[in-house]
Write a protein of this length. Structure first.
Length: 369
């Protein structure tokens, strides 16, 4: 924007103005031009050009008027020109300032509109993971034993034969070692042997070595066996060991605990049965069976028409074990159990293939939110 008013570069004499009466129309024309300019100012850059064009100290229109019209004016015109110039200046300054405020306000409105955040828009939902079914099942089991005063402890997956076998009353060449095909670590010649624990029972020994009775613990953990994977076998799976030792624990306490646990976990309609079994570290040893959750005990394919389903191994702690941990076998008694976590989850949720736990296909995992 530049002023089209070339006449401000000329003197009044050059413009042929000689009388008072010629002054007002001259200014009126300028003022109209100024108002047209002002109306076109709609952003900051234009406003600066506009301001400089009219108010610039050296070459603004008002400066030219002062230099070319006012200063050289003959005395008889000075008054009229001075007065008209003052009026024009007041008008120009007021409008320039008003346009500045308007341009600023509209720039701010635009920025606000541009940066506006719509708080009513729905947020981005991030998928939240869940605990793996193994972990959920462990937590369900642990909750029941915690309510009975048990505490949770954990221990190493790499063990010595002493803890995994000897101290559990399974000496070398004992046939029970064969039933747990064991992974031994490949160590430099001469190094003491190490193995992947085949059950969580070694933690019975660790706990009794490090604390005095009463003992009430459960031990969740991963165990390893050289089994060929199929729908009921995996070379790594999970167990929960349980151990209670005190001065007056009876077989009745054991049975009551087992029945309470099973009815809490599977529901009150599920009955338990103890079946004689054998483990070197318990005497007597039992297998805990539950009435079939599918047929209720009348017999079906799931329970192989027996009405019962095998749940876990357990028994009263064999006094020989106390000898390995310096517990007084004459004063103390207790029971132990070892549950397969996958087996429990399979029973409870009707899962037919143990491999599903390890494949971690989200289509499977999502079914257990
Ligand atoms: N450790 C045994 C197994 O893995 C289970 C068990 C634990 C049995 C404790 C009796 C007492 O088969």
């Amino acid at each position: 924007m530049t002023t089209k008013t070339s006449n401000v570069l000329q003197t009044l004499a050059e413009l042929g103005v000689s009388g008072d009466a010629q002054v007002p129309p001259l200014f009126a024309e300028l003022r109209a031009e100024f108002d047209r300019d002002a109306a076109a100012v709609n952003d900051e850059a234009l406003w600066k050009e506009f301001r400089d064009a009219w108010l610039g100290r050296k070459s603004g229109v008002l400066a030219h008027i002062t230099d070319n019209w006012l200063k050289p004016a003959p005395p008889e015109l000075k008054r009229a020109v001075g007065q008209a110039l003052n009026e024009l200046r007041a008008h120009v300054e007021a409008v320039v300032e008003a346009r500045r405020a308007a341009v600023e306000a509209s720039a701010e409105r635009e920025a606000t509109a541009r940066e506006r955040v719509d708080l009513s828009l729905p947020g981005v939902r991030r998928p939240i993971g869940t605990h793996h079914l193994i972990q959920q099942t462990f937590q369900e089991i642990a909750r029941i034993f915690l309510s009975l005063g048990y505490t949770v402890v954990e221990g190493p997956e790499i063990e010595t034969p002493y803890y995994n076998f000897e101290a559990l009353n399974i000496p070398e060449h004992h046939p029970a070692r064969d039933t747990m095909d064991t992974f031994y670590l490949d160590l430099p010649a001469g190094a003491p042997p190490r193995l992947l624990r085949t059950h969580t029972s070694p933690m019975q020994i660790h706990v009794m070595e490090s604390q005095q009775p009463p003992v009430r613990i459960i031990v969740p953990g991963r165990v390893y066996r050289r089994d060929n994977p199929d729908s009921t076998h995996a070379f790594a799976f999970h167990q929960i060991e349980g151990l209670a030792v005190d001065t007056d624990i009876t077989f009745c306490d054991f049975k009551g605990t087992v029945e309470y646990f099973v009815s809490q976990f599977f529901g009150p309609q599920v009955k338990t049965r103890l079946r004689s079994s054998y483990f070197p570290f318990t005497e007597p040893s039992t297998e805990v069976d539950a009435s079939c959750h599918v047929c209720g005990g009348s017999g079906c394919r799931v329970c192989k028409f027996s009405g019962w389903i095998e749940l876990f191994g357990a028994g009263m702690v064999d006094p020989a074990v106390y000898g390995f941990v310096n517990y007084d076998a004459k004063q103390l008694s207790g029971f132990a159990f070892g549950m397969g976590v996958e087996r429990f989850a399979m029973r409870k949720y009707g899962i037919s293939d143990i491999q599903l736990f390890f494949q971690n296909d989200v289509r499977f995992l999502r079914q257990f939110p």
